[in-house]
Design a binder for this molecule. Structure first.
Ligand SMILES: Cc1ncc(COP(=O)(O)O)c(C=O)c1O
Length: 381
């Protein structure tokens, strides 16, 4: 591995099982999408999410695109998405030819605000894509009610929330389907990879058909509709099977990591950590810290000084509606929160002492920034 910061923002947790399974896949010769690890990973991931089916694909963006496409969403349609998300959420909608409509978020969960969603529904709205941002589940019961009232499809963007739950039901099982990513920084990884979970057997069949060039199952090289090559390889799935053996344990580790950050930062004035709605189980994909009363430039300066001291961080996403290729949106909560949030290192191997050190560095740099901006405002008064 290259020399990076002492504490990167994330690091995949890979063990001897992943290595053994990849070795097995390589020596078997089954390195493309035919191979026993693919179906095994799908079955194990469906069981993990509590859904009847899971369909593997090449990455999380492909999962979202295929799910939208399989619901015949296309040109002329509108799809409501939360404004605060990674751009892949909107890009997948654009890939279908439909228009993403960005709605505001709730300040606590950072996820799609159901009432903002309802106010954006038009004759052209076909679907809602709630995102379980940074691992917190969106308000699925309220979103599903709105969707039912208006005949809309709900596709969960669960790319960041493996194992998160509302009550006893995990994400990926709340909408018509859920789309997951296994990129290297995710809670579970296959390097690159994705999965669509669903309880709808017909939809699962359609997804399997479309991800493989829509080849007829009964007539080789006959394609009744245009399809895609969105298949996952047996090599990716081999890593995925290794991850599944530790999936529950890694989820517990993420709760330990949050608890440690909470011990060190939870009582500090002027900042807040991930909030969790009652009855919800967070996946803590990323530890989130929000600064009160600081400009985005101060946050970015803190991040720069932390990096110089060996701690990598990430600013919150920009509101997607700020991108030049997306329509503007009236989303004051997303705009305000986007400027004051920072993600802190979050990965299984982070020890409690590491977290104590990261928090000490953050606390010092925050204090220095506050002092500097106070003396600046006194000087200009
Ligand atoms: C919210 C969200 N949606 C979709 C994706 C796309 O996943 P991938 O990078 O696997 O295409 C990501 C992650 O990268 C994401 O964070």
């Amino acid at each position: 591995m290259s020399d990076g910061p002492e504490f990167p923002i994330s690091r995949p947790s890979l063990g001897s099982l992943e290595l053994a399974y990849v070795f097995e896949a390589v020596t078997s010769g089954w390195i493309s999408s035919l191979g026993s690890f693919v179906t095994r990973f799908e079955d194990e991931f469906a069981a993990f999410c509590g859904t009847d089916h899971a369909v593997s694909v090449s990455n999380g963006t492909a999962a979202l695109h295929l799910a939208l496409h399989a619901h015949d969403i296309g040109p002329g349609d509108e799809v409501i998405v939360p404004d605060l998300s990674f751009i892949a959420t909107a890009n997948a909608v654009l890939m279908t030819g439909a228009t993403p409509v960005c709605a505001d978020i709730e300040p606590g969960s950072l996820c799609l605000d159901p009432s903002a969603t309802a106010s954006l529904i038009t004759q052209r709205t076909r679907a809602i894509v709630p995102v379980h941002l940074y691992g917190h589940p969106a308000a699925m019961a309220a979103i599903n009610r709105i969707a039912d009232d208006h005949g809309l499809v709900v596709i969960e963007d669960a790319a960041e929330a493996h194992g998160a739950a509302i009550g006893a039901r995990r994400v990926g099982g709340w909408g018509a389907c859920g789309a997951f990513s296994f990129y290297a920084n995710k809670c579970l990884t296959t390097g690159e990879g994705g999965m669509i979970t669903t309880n709808d057997a017909d939809l699962a069949d359609r997804l399997r058909h479309l991800r493989d060039h829509a080849m007829s199952p009964d007539r080789r090289y006959w394609h009744d509709v245009p399809g895609f090559n969105y298949r996952m390889t047996n090599l990716q799935a081999a890593i995925g099977c290794g991850q599944m053996a530790r999936a529950e344990a890694m989820l517990v580790e993420r709760h330990r990591i949050f608890a440690a950050y909470q011990r060190h930062l939870g009582k500090r004035a002027g900042l807040s950590l991930n909030r969790c709605a009652p009855g919800v189980s967070h996946a803590y994909w990323m530890i989130c810290v929000e600064f009160e009363g600081l400009e985005a430039s101060d946050r970015d300066a803190i991040a720069k000084r932390m990096l110089a001291r060996g701690v990598d961080t990430r600013p919150y996403f920009f509101p997607m509606s700020e991108m030049p290729f997306l329509p503007d949106a009236a989303t004051p909560v997303a705009h305000a929160i986007s400027k004051r949030g920072l993600n802190l290192p979050t990965y299984t191997e982070l020890g409690d002492k590491d977290i104590a050190r990261i928090c000490a560095i953050l606390t010092e740099e925050l204090a220095a920034t506050r002092k500097a901006s106070q003396s600046l405002s006194t000087a200009s008064a």
